[in-house]
Design a binder for this molecule. Structure first.
Ligand SMILES: NC(=O)c1ccc[n+]([C@@H]2O[C@H](COP(=O)([O-])OP(=O)(O)OC[C@H]3O[C@@H](n4cnc5c(N)ncnc54)[C@H](O)[C@@H]3O)[C@@H](O)[C@H]2O)c1
Length: 353
């Protein structure tokens, strides 16, 4: 263990934070760490100087730098939040974790399963928290969906159908699956009970623009109980859709994230098939349930506030956060398996339990 005798974050003072990467997403982390009562934003680091002035102009007392070394040399830094492109996550993450810092890593945790495993291992060796910013898991609808699945309200999951499409920014370094599907995969990982997570993935993608990067992706993931998950991610859609159906044997949920007045709807609908003749499977009694729809009241709350709450709690309580390094690793493993499936014409690639 390379840090001092005292594990960072045990003392009753605010936790010192550095945010690395102040591009598109970093400023959201900066704002949330600056606002939280239990954190003090000490540094903003970006190797592009022009990002620094824009990001930290309004923050008195926060220093800026273009090098991670300045951040790690400051003993007051307890947490490093990393919001740089995925290809830089391994190197930056290893440096921070090995210096005894707790790390909040943007999704995806890394660009390969092997790299994600190294990050998880180095966090364990240094007894520090490695949390993955699977932001959607901390939104009120997803937290409620998780509750409704874990407490049995939804029943056995029959299928999940998730659509995340818009006219998106074509990314130079990653395809649409690695860009958007981490959201769907991390949500699934979060809401499904551990023994009901997908067991394999089959994926197809297309690059009709010829930019060398798939901009349409379809993922199919069988569930252990015979159910199925489908994920559609797309940068080439005329309209923006963010909609997920979770169909269970007792209730069906529809989460439409673009409908602020009713993001989540719970339907008492479904089809019950009762077998009258167990031998022949010929005599099925099919009955339809078309009961009420209720829209649970949800708080309007910024998810990143919940991310910071959970990170601070995990550090203080010396426990794993809800979206820990292992969950980041499972998401990366599913993405890697999806890429392998694409390369092998859609073969069903098993996921490790
Ligand atoms: N949680 C979410 O919902 C969400 C949303 C968007 C992006 N992200 C993630 O955030 C990360 C950053 O994405 P973005 O869209 O903000 O990218 P971006 O390109 O807009 O910003 C990245 C910034 O990192 C800086 N940078 C790169 N390498 C660096 C290094 N070694 N040291 C210091 N600074 C460095 C760049 O100069 C740039 O300003 C990605 O992992 C992305 O997947 C997450």
């Amino acid at each position: 263990v390379k840090h001092g005798p005292e594990r960072r974050g045990t003392a009753e003072r605010p936790l010192g934070v550095a945010v690395v990467g102040a591009g598109y997403w970093g400023p959201n982390l900066i704002r949330n760490f600056a606002a939280h009562v239990e954190t003090t934003l000490l540094w903003v680091c970006d190797r592009d100087e022009s990002r620094l002035s824009a990001a930290s102009r309004a923050l008195a007392g926060t220093r800026t730098t273009t090098t991670i070394e300045d951040v790690l040399d400051d003993d007051a830094v307890d947490i490093v939040a990393i919001a740089t492109p995925a290809a830089t996550h391994l190197e930056l993450g290893l440096a921070c974790l090995a210096s005894g810092r707790h790390v909040l890593m943007e999704k995806p945790l890394a660009t390969s399963t092997a790299d994600a495993r190294r990050l998880v291992a180095v966090a364990e060796e240094n007894d520090v928290v490695l949390m993955c910013d699977h932001t959607y898991c901390y939104t009120p609808p997803v937290l409620r969906i998780r509750e409704l699945l874990l407490d049995g309200t939804v029943g056995d999951v029959q299928y999940v159908d998730s659509v995340r499409i818009n006219l998106g920014l074509v990314q130079p370094d990653i395809d649409v699956t690695w860009d958007l599907a981490p959201h769907d995969l991390s949500i699934l990982d979060f809401v499904l009970p551990p023994d009901q997570r997908p067991i394999a993935v089959s994926a197809s993608t297309a690059d009709p623009l010829g930019v060398g990067q798939a901009c349409i992706g379809f993922l199919t993931l069988p569930l252990p109980n015979g159910g199925i998950v489908h994920v559609h991610v797309n940068w080439l859609s005329p309209t923006k859709i963010r909609k997920t159906i979770v169909a269970g044997s007792k209730r069906m949920l529809v989460w439409d994230d673009l409908l602020p007045s009713q993001r989540l709807s719970m339907y008492d609908r479904g089809i019950d098939a009762t077998e009258l003749d167990p031998e022949g499977r010929k005599n099925l009694l099919v009955s339809y349930r078309t009961g009420d729809m209720v829209a649970p009241a949800l708080p309007e709350r910024e998810a990143l506030g919940g991310v910071v709450d959970e990170l601070v709690a995990a550090i203080r309580e010396h426990r794993q956060p809800l979206t820990d390094g292992q969950s980041g690793l499972r998401v990366v493993a599913a993405l890697e398996a999806a890429s392998r499936s694409v390369a092998e014409a859609g073969r069903l690639v098993p996921l490790e339990p």
